[in-house]
Every structure is written in C-alpha cells, then in structure tokens.
Design a protein around this ligand. Sequence first.
Ligand code: GLA
Length: 711
Amino acid sequence: MNLRERLRVMFFCISSVLAMTIVALAGFLPASLFAHARKPATIQAENDTGAITHHPALLLGAAWYPEQWPESRWDKDLALMEAAHITFARVGEFAWSRMEPSEGKFDFDWLEKAIDMAAQHHVAIVLGTPTAAPPAWLTQKYPDTLRIGPDGRRAQHGNRQHFSFTSPRYREFCWQIAGEMAKRFGHNPNVIGWQIDNEYAEPSYDDYTKQLFQQWLKVKYGTLANLNDRWTTAYWSQTYDNWSEIPLGGEGPNNPGLKLEFMRFISHTWADYQQNQIDAIRPYADKRQFITTNFMGFFEGFDHYVVSRALDLASWDDYVGEGQVNPDMNGLTHDLNRGFKHKNFWVMETQPGAVNWADINNFLNRGEVRAMAWQAIGHGADAVEYWQWRSALNGQEQYHGTLVGPDGTPVPFYNEVKDIGRDFAKVGGDFRDTTPVSQVALLYSYDSRWAIDFQQHTDKYDQLALLRDYYAALRKRAQSVDVVNPYSNLDAYKLVVAPDLNVLPKDMAQHLLDYVRQGGNLVLGPRSDMKDQYNALLTQRQPGYLADALGGRVEQYYALLNDVPLSGEWGNGNATIWAEQLGAANGDAQVLMRYGASNGWLDGQPAVLTHRYGKGRITYIGAILDPDLMSKAADWMVAQSGVTPAFGSVPDGVYVSRREGEGKRIFVMVNFTREEKHVELRHAMQALLAGHEESSVDLAAYGVEVFLDQR
Ligand code: GLA
C-alpha cells in the first residue's frame, strides 16, 4: 500500500467512526441515515470562471461512444443528433482503456476533440467516469482489484462491474482517472455535468470487505455484548466473542440484525466509493457542472437515500424490458427518484424501442416511447436520454435498440425521437423552474424493504406490488404523489401513507406522531412498526410506538391461503395474501372494516381502525385489499384528508401531471392507450404543442398535449 492508499483506508475508518459518533449524539438515527462524515465537497477551483452554458430547460440526449468509431465519423453522428434536436450526449462512461491506455499514461485529446465537435453541433456533454469498466492492464496487473462474488469466486475480465468497491488500490485508480478528467474538462464550457461510474450494483465479498464490515460494526455497536444483545445471538449459539468471527451478511439465511446491517454497510460503502470520485472531481470543476450517477429504479441493492445525499441531482435508467410500459409503475419510479433529492431529476437512460436483455425483447409500440418521455417530464424529469445512439459493431449488446443502425443511417425509430426533440425545443422554455408539487406522500424505506424481504412469511407478499397499488389508487385521485423517505419533512402533505413500514424505530415514530399531532393524516398498512432499528421485534405489539396514538393494535397476523371477506364503511370486498386481526383498546379507535367468516380467528374481527390524535388522524389498514376495495379506501383517504386533484377528471388510460413555478402551472397529459381519448378542460388553456387555446382535447393513441394555465 502506498501512502495515499493508507490514507484512504484510514479515512474510510475514521469517517465511519465520526459518522457513528454523530449518530450516537443525535440519538440513534438508523444507520441508513448516516451522514457521510467526510469533509463535504464544496471546494471550488480558484480559477472557476463560473461560465454557464445556459442549456435548454428540457434536454434530450443519447449515449454516444465516440471511442468505438473513427474520428472521421463523429461529425456525421453529431449532425444527425442535431437534426433530431438532441441537445446532449453522455460520453466516456466505459472508455477507460482509451483514456488511460496504459498505467499512468492518460490520453484525453480524442475526447476533447469529440466534446469540441459536439459543441459545434449544440450538443452538450455529460461526462461519465469510466470506473464501471476497468481496463485489462489494470485487472491483470492488480487482480486484487477484482470483485469476489458471494460464491467466493473472483470476477474475470470481459464483463463490466468486475471491480471490488472497497479495494484501496481500485479506489486509487478511480481517484486518478476522475481527477485527470476533471483537470482537463472541469472548465470545459460544453461539459454540463458528470456521471460517476454506471449503475452501482455488485458488492464484493472479499476478506478486506469483511474486515471493513467488522470495523464498521465495532464502531456502531461499541461492544460485542451490545451487538450480541441487539441481535439476540443467544439464539442458535450465534454469540460472537471476537469481531473477526462476524461473517458478511450476504446471501442465504442468517441473523436478521446482521443482514440488515450488511445492507446498510453496502449503502455506506457505495456512498464512500462515490465520494472518492466526487472529491477527485470537485476541486477542478466549475460549480455549474452537476454530479450525478445513474440509478436503476427500485433496485434494492443499496439505500438510495444514502447514496443520493452527496449528489447534485438524482438520475435513473428507465427500461421496460419485455411487454408494454406500465404507466403506474413507471410514474411511481419517477416519483421515487424525484424524492431522493426532493427535486427534479434526469432520466439518464431509456430504451429506444427495445432492449437486448429481456426474455422477449419486443419493440415498444409506435408512439409509446414518446408517451414515456412526456410522462417523465410531467413527473419532474428535466432530461431524457436514449441508450444508445448507434449499435457497437461488436460487444455484448449488438441487438439493443438504437437511433442509428450499424450502417450509420437512422432507423425508423429515430423519427420518433426527432418529434420529441422538436416538441422539447418548442415548449421546453415554459418548463424552466417548474416542478411537481403534491398533497400526498407515500413513505418508502429501504430498511423495511430489506427486513420484509428477508422474511416474507408468504412468497405472495410483494412489497412493490403493494406500493404500486396504493400509488395507483392515490395518484388517480390526487394526480400528484411524492414518494419520500419517512424522515422527510412532512408538513406540506395533507395525507401521508406508509404501505408497510416494518422497521420503524422510536425517533421515526416521534417524527410521524409530530406530523399527526399538527393535523396530518397518517395511514399505515399491514406489517407496520414491528421492528426496531436493529431489525429486532419490538416488545410492543404492532404498530409498536404508534399503537397508543392509534388506540388499537395488531392482535395476530395471518398469511392467507384464501381471500377473506371484508365489510364495513368502505363496502364489501376481500383481503388477499395478508390479514391482521386488530383490536381497539378501550373502544378508543373506530372500526372501519371487519373480516367476515374465515379461519375462525379473523371472523368478525376489526381489519381497519382509525383514531383522531392531536389535530390529526391515524388509520391502520391491517390487510392487503383487493383492487376494488383499495379504490374505496383511497376515496375515503382523499375525502377525509381534503386532498384535491392536481387537474380534474380525465378518462381511464389518460395520465395527467402538473408542474408549478414562476407563477404558472403546466399540465402534461398523456394517453397511454391505443384509442383516441377526449378530455374536457376546466377552462380554456393554452395547448402548447398544438399552439393555440383549447377548452377540450382529443388525444390520439399515445397522444400527448401540454397545457399552460396562467389563471
Ligand atoms: C444499462 C447500462 C447501459 C446499457 C443498458 C442496456 O442501463 O447502464 O450501459 O447496458 O443497460 O439496456
């Protein structure tokens, strides 16, 4: 290890110690919320010119790989991009072997030429650091940089993401390449931002990672006695009497406390891996250059709230794969990503018709991709980028969709992108400084997601489906929903819904109770507040710290083989998959729904309780509801909390979103069906795409309109 490697390892440990100390002082915030204790990356270079290339409010992009093509071809590609109104390209994210062809020998001349040429075509650049694809010279000479899989096998060269995210040597190489790129391009007026790495995903299960995990636990728990107690290791003789005995909590069954901490450790480690590159770039980059990374939707491999913290904006890769787009699931995923930073985000990749990795790589219907692009904008995206511009002639993704074929000429889909580009150029300016504003929030927590996934209790329990069902019902009524971390400021919401917040420690409960006390409406779904921050069962029945405020509790839970009838205030329907028998303490809580005849235990018992608390209300829904009942529950939630729709009535299959700001409101209306749909507007508005005022609109199959409402 050279000096810098040693310093970085020390830094990793010291940063963990500091973070834990802060946490301890702050009164046991969960580990998933650890502040990164490294010095925040705010240093600006002295010669920061602050020059701003005022890029368009809505950007359209393509992933371009100039390193795969002769220089003589670049101008042609860029001219075709410009003709399609493409305003940015992301480059570089896998080009390490071109940027550093041999150790310590950097070559950025070609990249600078490509960036300059792009500027001539009004194509701005997002620069990817190439660290998801270390070159062969690196992995051959330093095999210790290669990742070890959960099966104990070392990754081989020839794929990507084959590095170990903790390797000090690998971090050193990442630091160097990112720093060298920033020295060269940090003031380049055509570079508008940075993407660190690409789709963080695979942890490493090597010995060094294990040592770091053990040190991390030591800092967090202080003593083994404390750890043994929190994890109840007396169970099955799991008791540890040396930190070095603690395994990585990866695959397979193990103690739930250990498994949850391992996921938090992975999150912390990815944030730290990322910070290494942010620290390398920031001192040399203009302030105007943002730093992001591209997430994968609901990927559960790390806590995205933790990893987003140091980024300037969140971005994600929106792929449908097989089948057609599900507008609810896609809208939900946009809202999840908007919630990471509580601000607009980017779609850093999306599919140009088809992918190459699904079981059946069908092409999306004509117009469907355009509908997806506008849905993204409506939900707060400021950019949409297609992966990729042109098929690489060889390499693993030869069959993937593109805008330009291997022959270098546009494929039919190119024209759909061109239409999107034309419209972005036409109306983009109206979107500047606007963002969605919601009255309803859904709470999403990685701790709870992991805790339930470790012990589903029924393999039919699908957290994302439950979240999507709540989301779809609520979004249909409110037409705008935020998806946020439970610790977020909730003051602005009329209604806050937590479909299954399983890990709900005391400080989180206090935060939620404050919200309710001040007049908020909190609705909890099944499995709520069962676990503390160590993934241990609470010694109060569910919903643990919230049971007193609810005036009731869960008596017993049941995984269902068959549906159970439900009836009450919301009419009749069924509980599916999961049902909890509730009990109202001293008749405090009002029973809204009861179970019908079932397993004997549930018969006639409460299924939904509600109770006024402070100036607000807390409601517990102990079952997964069938779709019809979910609609009725959503009607009740919305009416009871005074939520109003962002727009107003639209036919089924039409999705409307609202962005606000600068004294104006913009509605994006997308028809996700293949039939024409007629929509009446509340009052006449300027239809920006059509270019005139309208009081109603006929949306063609996959049709889109954008309305400016200045009233
Ligand atoms: C991911 C990657 C891209 C590309 C696409 C293909 O999103 O980031 O490099 O492989 O998938 O769909």
